[in-house]
Every structure is written in structure tokens, then in C-alpha cells.
Design a protein around this ligand. Structure first.
Ligand SMILES: [Zn+2]
Length: 233
């Protein structure tokens, strides 16, 4: 292999892939590529990029000079027009071609992208990040809102819950697959209001429903009293 020719041709490969060489140069490059595996490999890489450009920007108007070149290349190289199936096969053939690290890398990148998307979907903050609880007949005037801050902190804001005796408190339940975790045990102010930070045993987004019941002071392991507010997703 003539080294001067090789490095000379190597420089021409991008232009060759774009079809922008004159006839004499095109013939020279084609002849060398035929005999040189290194140049063939590099050319294949350029052709992948060229194909991606050609399919990625069909709506853009190329500069007139480039347009003329592409048109003449298209007319000489691709007549008759391949069917869609053939051109897909051609693309696959060019991709699935030694060296296999290129298609392998593309698959790895795709797999990573999908994994990232799935993880992001699972962990993104719930929307809406506010849940308005509904009053029951045991406290028809009551209102309650659970707000989840960007850092995941959940707060319960209560108004108009009837004050209880010293032996009773309200308890918030976080419900998931029929199981109830205690989220807070609280009393209300004289005006029936309360502002409570929720202690969730699990990520807040894993709960499907919330309820507030009247319980003995200090709270219960599970709900025993009347439900005054609730929310179902
Ligand atoms: Zn070469």
C-alpha cells in the first residue's frame, strides 16, 4: 500500500461520501477504497453520517450549490428510485456492518436513553403536587390540603375541623394497596386549623389515598374512629 496515496485519499473521504468530488477524483478514491480496508471502514462511517443528514433534514432548503451537487448525485447514483423497503434494508446493511461497535454503540445508547426515561417517569414529582381532601358528614365544614414541595416534603393544612377533647386527636393515614401508614397525629387550634408536616414511611408518590380519622390521643396503629376528611387518587 502506497502510504502517500493512503493519507491523500483519507483526506478526500468526507467529500467522496458527500459525492462532491469530480469524476477523476471519484475514480481514484473508489479504486483505493476497494483495496484499502482502513479507508473502507472510515468511508462507511462517513456514509452513515451522510445518510443521517440526508434523511434528517429533507425539509430544509440546501444552498443552491450543494443542492445542484446532491441532485446530480441522486440522479446518477439512485436511478431508479429504490422502494422504501429497499432503502431501509440499505440503511440497515450500512449500519450492521463491520466494525460492529457502531451498531452496538447505537443499541447501548438507545438502551440507556430508554432506562433514563423510565427512571425519570417513576421518580418525577407527582402532578398535581396538591391534593384537596373531601369532607365527610362527620365534619362537613372541614377543608384539608396536602401540599408536596419540590424537595418531597409533604405538609397537611387543615381548617374548620371541630376541636376534640384532651383524650382525642386527629390522625392522618397514608393508604397504599389497602395498607395504612400513619402520616401524622395532630390536634387543631381553637379555630379548627392546623399545619402539620407529614412523616411518610415511603416515598409520598407511592400512596393512592389519604384519610383523617378521630383517634385516642397519641394515635392508633390503625384507624378506629370516624373519618372526617379523605382523598382518593
Ligand atoms: Zn487507505
Amino acid at each position: 500500500m502506497n502510504e502517500t496515496t493512503h493519507s491523500d485519499i483519507k483526506d478526500l473521504l468526507p467529500a467522496y461520501a458527500l459525492g462532491s468530488l469530480d469524476a477523476a477524483e471519484t475514480a481514484r478514491v473508489a479504486a483505493h477504497v476497494e483495496a484499502c480496508p482502513a479507508c473502507r471502514e472510515e468511508l462507511a462511517a462517513y456514509e452513515v453520517v451522510t445518510d443521517m443528514l440526508a434523511t434528517a433534514v429533507p425539509l430544509a432548503s440546501p444552498p443552491p450549490a450543494l443542492r445542484t451537487r446532491l441532485m446530480s448525485r441522486t440522479q446518477t447514483a439512485v436511478a431508479p428510485q429504490p422502494t422504501r423497503r429497499q432503502s431501509i434494508k440499505e440503511h440497515l446493511r450500512r449500519w450492521w456492518h463491520p466494525p460492529y461497535w457502531r451498531p452496538a454503540l447505537a443499541l447501548v445508547v438507545l438502551a440507556l436513553a430508554v432506562t433514563t426515561l423510565v427512571i425519570w417517569q417513576q421518580n418525577r414529582p407527582v402532578t398535581p403536587s396538591q391534593f384537596t381532601l373531601t369532607a365527610t358528614e362527620h365534619a362537613p365544614e372541614a377543608t384539608g390540603v396536602i401540599t408536596i414541595a419540590a424537595d418531597g416534603t409533604a405538609t397537611l393544612s387543615i381548617a374548620n375541623l371541630p376541636p376534640l377533647t384532651a383524650e382525642q386527636q386527629y390522625q392522618l393515614w397514608l393508604i397504599r394497596d389497602g395498607q395504612r401508614d400513619s402520616g401524622a397525629v395532630f390536634s387543631v387550634n381553637a379555630d379548627g386549623s392546623a399545619q402539620v408536616t407529614i412523616q411518610a414511611a415511603r416515598p409520598f408518590t407511592s400512596y393512592q389515598a389519604f384519610g383523617i380519622t378521630i383517634e385516642p390521643a397519641g394515635g392508633s396503629p390503625g384507624p378506629t374512629g370516624d373519618r372526617v376528611l379523605g382523598f382518593n387518587l
